[in-house]
Write a protein that binds this ligand. Structure first.
Ligand code: ADP
Length: 509
């Protein structure tokens, strides 16, 4: 307002001096000062109006004073004054445009800051901002001195950890962070409380900063105000620009419940696997009884023969020896069969060994011979691939999967009353790392409805099924880096394929 009034007064004074006094000179140039003062108070349109007014006043004054005796000098002065007005107006308009742009950028910045604040405050993830700039400079200084392993350095200088804790300061925390740690403001307590309780984890964070990593993520055990222990996923994003280390965002997600659920799931899965093994043994007991019958029968026959050779006069000791040897062989066979069954349930059977798939298929068929015969099924094992190497696996696991697949095939053909009953077992080596073993039947195939859910736990189409077989088989193989898939064969029937790593990586093993 004051600028406006002074501008008007100045314009009037300039007009007066220019028109009614004899002072020679480009007085009208002083309108420029008027413009500059007015620019402080008015908008762009106002500025144009004032500029036009000053130009009119300049022309008016010229007309009033030099209408009759227009000389070159006064005309030049008038033109200079008009030019000065024009240039000033242009410059002022440009400045005003820049000012407006700056203003809009500034409000956009404020808006974005407010938006960020509201996300920060309202999100359900616990967030903190911490100033890591001092600790970063400290660590970089250490690095410059040739210290690259902060853990080793802290072992030698235990005070380093506390010093680093003191160098990190709190900037802000959101509501979720306060809820997670309790109503006591995390502002003071955050570093005092065991947020990163074990020095090891804290040192990991320091090491990440030292190594210039941009993300640190780990599970951390923390304690809230009321002493409640929580397991959280701690995640810190370090900026690439060192100057931004004064506002590093730290987030924590409470994963206590999730971890507990995962643990319960793993336990349930382990129990189910055990139960499924027991069920497998149960299913095999019929064929076991049948298998044991054969060596036991042979032992009885051989002992009777042995007695007869002994009763001879003189006893035929060479024949007695032969009978005794046959009895030993059959007893060993029977004990092997029993041993195999017991090992199915023993936890110590979980050892990796070299398993020949050919032999595994033969042994499994022998175990299931009775079941297969009862359902009138012919089995073809494709032994044509001599180059299939043994796989490093837990034999009993592979056998369990194979028994499950064969049992399913038998049941599918039984239920459908298939006229042709054939199971084909084939092995191949699709690449250098894997071998595949497939079980194909001549049953009705997998129904459309079942295709997507085959491996889902508790999915079954059988009246007395549990629906866990395929799900357990798949997770058993996946735990060793293998896969299990099932589909229909183009020539009919279902085909299930196990794909196994020849040498499972250590982590799978
Ligand atoms: P369950 O045998 O208790 O039903 P599984 O997980 O072993 O459980 O099998 C799930 C379902 O997959 C079966 O109910 C059946 O519908 C289908 N299935 C499995 N094997 C075959 C097969 N060889 N032919 C057709 N369907 C099959």
């Amino acid at each position: 307002m004051a600028f406006g009034l002074i501008a008007v007064a100045l314009a009037a004074a300039v007009f007066y001096v220019d028109t009614f006094t004899d002072i020679e000179g480009a007085i009208a140039v002083l309108y420029v000062v008027t413009m500059m003062l007015a620019a402080q108070a008015i908008t762009r349109i106002g500025l144009l109006v004032i500029a036009a007014t000053c130009a009119v006043l300049t022309l008016l004054s010229y007309a009033m004073t030099h209408a009759d005796d227009a000389d070159l000098q006064s005309t030049i002065r008038m033109i200079v004054a008009l030019a000065a007005l024009f240039v000033t107006t242009m410059l002022l308009l440009k400045t005003e445009t820049s000012r407006l742009t700056l203003h809009s950028i500034n409000s956009a910045l404020k808006e974005s800051e407010a938006r960020y604040r509201s996300i920060f405050d309202r999100t359900r993830i616990a967030l903190w901002e911490r100033d890591y700039s001092k600790v970063r400079s400290y660590l970089m200084d250490l690095r410059a001195q040739g210290i690259t392993d902060i853990k080793a350095h802290a072992r030698a200088n235990p005070a380093v950890v506390d010093h680093c804790v003191d160098l990190i300061s709190f900037v802000a925390a959101n509501e979720a962070a306060r809820e997670m740690l309790g109503p006591e403001s995390p502002a003071v307590g955050i570093l005092r409380r065991p947020t990163i309780p074990r020095h090891e984890k804290f040192l990991d964070v320091l090491q990440a900063i030292m190594d210039g990593e941009t993300v640190f993520e780990d599970k951390v055990q923390i304690q809230s105000d009321n002493g409640e222990g929580k397991l959280v996923l701690l995640s810190i994003s370090f900026p690439e620009d060192p100057s931004a280390f004064n506002r590093v965002v730290v987030s924590m997600v409470d994963i206590t419940q999730r971890e507990m659920a995962l643990k319960a799931l793993a336990e349930a899965q382990a129990e189910l696997t055990m139960a499924s093994r027991a069920a497998t043994v149960g299913a095999m007991s019929a064929s076991l009884a049948h298998e044991l019958n054969q060596p036991l029968g042979a032992i009885v026959v051989n002992s009777q023969t042995l007695l007869r050779w002994l009763d001879r006069d003189p006893p035929d000791l060479a024949a007695v020896r032969r009978s005794a040897e046959r009895m030993i062989r059959d007893s060993l066979r029977a004990s092997e069969i029993i041993q195999n069954t017991r090992s199915l349930l023993s936890p110590s059977s979980n050892k990796l060994e070299d398993v020949s798939l050919d032999r595994l298929a033969d042994e499994t068929m022998a175990l299931m011979e009775h079941e297969l015969q009862r359902s009138g099924i012919t089995v073809f094992i494709d032994h044509q691939k001599p180059h299939i190497p043994p796989v490093s696996a837990v034999k009993i696991e592979l056998q369990q999967v194979l028994i499950n697949l064969i049992t399913n095939a038998i049941q599918a053909m039984d239920e459908a009353g298939s006229a042709e009953r054939i199971i084909r077992i084939a092995m191949e080596r699709p690449d250098i790392e894997h071998v595949c073993i497939s079980v194909r039947d001549s049953g009705p195939g997998i129904t459309e409805d079942a295709k997507d859910k085959l491996f889902a736990p508790f999915f079954t189409t059988k009246a007395t099924g549990i629906g866990m077989g395929l799900s357990i088989c798949r997770s058993t193989l996946e735990a060793r880096g293998g896969t299990l898939d099932g589909t229909n064969h183009p020539e009919g029937g279902a085909i299930f394929e196990m794909r196994l790593l020849i040498k499972p990586e250590v982590e799978h093993a």
